[in-house]
Design a protein around this ligand. Structure first.
Ligand code: SAH
Length: 235
């Protein structure tokens, strides 16, 4: 299940019910902390970051042993989340599995910025931990050339600094330097920051692993500090 971007009131009633009915809860410690007292009385398995496969194996083992288990993802579980690896680890073994959607970072960030995703958009993760950089670069070129509004997840980390620079270079080949770019850090969490800038200035800002970047298309504009991608209505 997905718990949304962070705030308790973005957790859907269906996700809350799943937690309430669960016997065991498996997840990355930071997300479990966001749930606080919703976990009271549960068997809680906190796992460190980047131990996703171990986390899935544990959840599947608990479930096969007859336990009712929820696995927590931030945002939506099917967007760079745990839904995929859970189904992959489970393979052909039979077990009832329910995927409970959540508000993903892209739409949470978009809402904070205005309406930047109101036309066709692409989502690209800049993390090359599991995906070769050449593949990511190819997709960046394609999205930029096809004028998709583009949402970047995992834009930058302590170990990954050049990827975002490369992404901006690629977009600058296809879009004006003045193209609006929205930066949302810690959406719906403590220390939320929402910032509007442009393609040529985006690198002047502090980006990290809790940031989502939204690059406008050739039609995107800003008004009153809001980013808008027109759908095409005659107004
Ligand atoms: N399953 C998650 C995405 C996991 S990938 C979802 O659907 O939202 C992790 C990336 O998501 C982060 O590097 C960041 O780019 C983005 N992200 C997740 N939560 C965020 C938040 N609260 N604010 C801004 N970006 C966020």
């Amino acid at each position: 299940m997905g718990i949304g971007p962070g705030g308790r009131d973005q957790i859907t009633p269906r996700a809350r019910r799943a937690i309430r009915e669960a016997e065991a809860v498996v997840g990355y410690a930071t997300y479990l902390d966001l749930l606080g007292d919703l976990l009271a009385g549960k068997e809680v398995h906190r796992s460190p970051m980047r131990k996703e496969v171990e986390r899935c194996r544990l959840a599947v083992e608990l479930a096969l042993a007859g336990r009712r288990v929820v696995v927590i993802s931030s945002g939506d579980p099917g967007v760079y989340g745990m839904a995929g690896p859970i189904l992959e680890v489970l393979g052909e073994r039979e077990l009832p599995v329910e995927i409970i959607p959540g508000v993903t970072a892209a739409t949470a960030a978009a809402a904070a910025l205005g309406a930047p995703l109101n036309h066709d958009f692409a989502v690209i993760s800049l993390s090359d931990l599991l995906t070769p950089w050449a593949v990511i670069e190819k997709r960046l070129y394609a999205a930029a050339a096809a004028d998709f509004v583009t949402v970047l997840y995992n834009p930058k980390s302590a170990r990954r600094q050049v990827q975002i620079e490369r992404a901006v270079q690629i977009f600058l080949k296809h879009r004006e330097g003045g193209t609006p770019v929205g930066i949302v850090k810690n959406a719906d969490r403590e220390h939320e920051e929402v910032l509007l800038t442009s393609l040529k200035r985006v690198l002047e800002h502090d980006l990290d692993m809790l940031t989502t970047v939204v690059i406008g298309n050739s039609q995107t504009y800003t008004v009153n500090s809001r980013m808008i991608t027109p759908r095409g209505y005659r107004l």
